[in-house]
Design a protein around this ligand. Structure first.
Ligand code: AMP
Length: 144
């Protein structure tokens, strides 16, 4: 029986699976929170990468991070969206991989994370790997 462990798929490169940076919705550390909320709502994603001015990954921000930060005792205080920047509420924890690493690592990281940030040799942001693309590859592999 074909198993994932002894399958060549685990040593595959991930390059062909990467959603390239120009197609990835992202925000920057210094962006105001209302801008981040707009990008999240318009893109339809729950969480997106946060980059710095040098295009390096610094973390991720989600709708939940933003809503938590403006949650008052009795209501959501929308006016506070202007008081914060992305860097004030984001999470610095985001899984990352080098673009030359293998599918096996991406698969392992995707167990706990819906997307993995992919970096170049100089640590600049190249794009993301999504759970969807990882599962699609496994599906194609076992369909053969
Ligand atoms: P998926 O596996 O396609 O459901 O994507 C998993 C997660 O990756 C989404 O919930 C988003 O947080 C993130 N994501 C997927 N595609 C994009 C994109 N084009 N821009 C920003 N984030 C994305």
């Amino acid at each position: 029986m074909q198993t994932l462990k002894n399958s060549q798929i685990m040593d595959n490169e991930i390059k062909q699976l990467i959603v390239s940076d120009e197609k990835v919705a992202h925000v920057q550390l210094e962006n105001p929170l209302d801008h981040a909320l707009l990008i999240l709502i318009k893109s339809g994603y729950t969480a997106i990468p946060v980059l710095d001015k040098s295009y390096r990954v610094q973390g991720q921000i989600s709708k939940a991070h933003i809503l938590d930060s403006i949650l008052g005792i009795e209501r959501i205080e929308m006016e506070r969206l202007h008081d914060y920047k992305v860097k004030d509420v984001m999470s610095p924890k985001v899984p990352r991989m080098h673009k030359d690493e293998t599918f096996g690592k991406a698969l392992m990281l995707s167990i706990n994370h819906p997307f993995v940030c992919i970096e170049d040799h100089d640590h600049s942001f190249v794009g993301i790997l999504t759970r969807r693309s990882i599962l699609a590859l496994i599906h194609r592999h076992f369909e053969k």
